[in-house]
Write a protein that binds this ligand. Structure first.
Ligand SMILES: NC(=O)c1ccc[n+]([C@@H]2O[C@H](COP(=O)([O-])OP(=O)(O)OC[C@H]3O[C@@H](n4cnc5c(N)ncnc54)[C@H](O)[C@@H]3O)[C@@H](O)[C@H]2O)c1
Length: 316
């Protein structure tokens, strides 16, 4: 039976990926320090022999433990510091987790004979204010935050481990992912926050005019991209996105929310939308879930909440 390691597997995207791998008949090890993830996210998968390894991806001993028990052939590396504002406040911590953590895993992957290494990178942040929309992978990388810079550096190390050591590596540049189990405080929490507000009957605060655009991608589509990425010998980087722009205001309107406007925030990217052509050609992948369907599914998954009115913003 084939085996995979999912770092960050107790988090939002990681837990959906673990479910899909288990359904595909894989043995799965999860390495997670629970800084933002929760073991409860994996309840559905626990009966299927998922091995939970508490630990930090920057700790070589924890990483070695996660790799020795089941000897995974593939690493899906999703563990990360994902909070853009925290990255600005503490770029060293961001770099330690996102860069040193990736490097720790790459080194261990090489030592343990891992076949394939797939990184969750970010297309939403890495291109900054792009000249071309939808933005292709050939566009200049212009990190607008320490978070984007640490992801870009991690991508470079994946390329290096491929050329220096022959490890098969791929970086998936995800757009703004949303869906059930997302924590509203994350990189792309605007949909999660708006859905929580819709459930609670609260208004939302939008910074600026709400005309900022994002390429919103449903989590099930992202999971299919990771599954394809594990199987195909594609290297370099691939955008995983819909190629469609949606304004923040349109999300609020779709959910019937009352909107309060607050002054624009400095450093926020105005428009973000990624060209998914390479994913179609190289991975045979395309987004399938329409935004309105994805919103419905996300709303349905949320228990009626009693949170105070959330403040909505989109990350730079
Ligand atoms: N959500 C998005 O829209 C989006 C967009 C682009 C890229 N990504 C990337 O996808 C990945 C998953 O993001 P998510 O939205 O599911 O976030 P998440 O916070 O729900 O998941 C991250 C997981 O990593 C774990 N983790 C964090 N630091 C760790 C460490 N040092 N050691 C071990 N585990 C650690 C957390 O506990 C959590 O379970 C991240 O790499 C993120 O950068 C997400």
């Amino acid at each position: 039976m084939r085996s995979a390691l999912v770092t960050g597997g107790a988090g939002f995207i990681g837990s959906h990926l673990v479910n899909a791998l288990v359904e595909d008949g894989r043995r799965v090890t999860v390495l997670d320090d629970l800084s933002t993830g929760r073991w409860e996210n994996l309840f559905g998968a626990l009966n299927h022999g998922v091995r939970l390894t508490p630990g930090n991806v920057t700790d070589p001993h924890a990483v070695a433990r996660a790799l020795t028990a089941e000897r995974p052939d593939t690493i899906y590396h999703l563990a990360a510091q994902i909070d853009v504002r925290h990255a600005v406040a503490d770029p060293i911590h961001d770099a330690v987790v996102n860069l040193i953590g990736t490097l720790t895993l790459l080194q261990a992957a090489q030592r343990h004979g891992v076949r394939r290494f797939v990184l969750a990178s970010t297309g939403g942040a890495i291109y900054g204010e792009a000249d071309v929309l939808p933005t292709p992978e050939s566009a200049e990388v212009r990190p607008a935050s320490p978070y984007a810079a640490s992801k870009a550096a991690a991508e470079s190390y994946l390329d290096l481990y491929r050329t220096l050591f022959g490890l098969s590596t791929l970086s998936l540049r995800l757009s703004n992912v949303y869906g059930p189990r997302q924590n509203g405080a994350g990189e792309a929490g605007v949909v999660a926050m708006f859905c929580a507000a819709a459930r609670a009957g609260h208004p939302v605060t939008v910074f600026g005019d709400g005309g900022q655009t994002r390429d919103f991608l449903y989590v099930d589509d992202v999971v299919r991209a990771f599954m394809a990425a594990g199987e195909r010998p594609v290297t370099g980087c691939v955008n995983v996105a819909t190629g469609r722009e949606t304004t923040v205001l349109a999300v609020a309107q779709e959910l019937g929310l009352r909107v309060r406007h607050a002054p624009e925030r400095a450093g926020e990217v105005r428009r973000s939308c990624l060209d998914p052509s390479r994913a179609a050609a190289a991975l045979g992948w395309a987004a399938r879930v329409a935004f309105t369907d994805g919103l419905d599914r996300t709303l349905t998954s949320m228990a009626p909440a009693t949170r105070r009115a959330p403040v909505a913003s989109v990350a730079p």
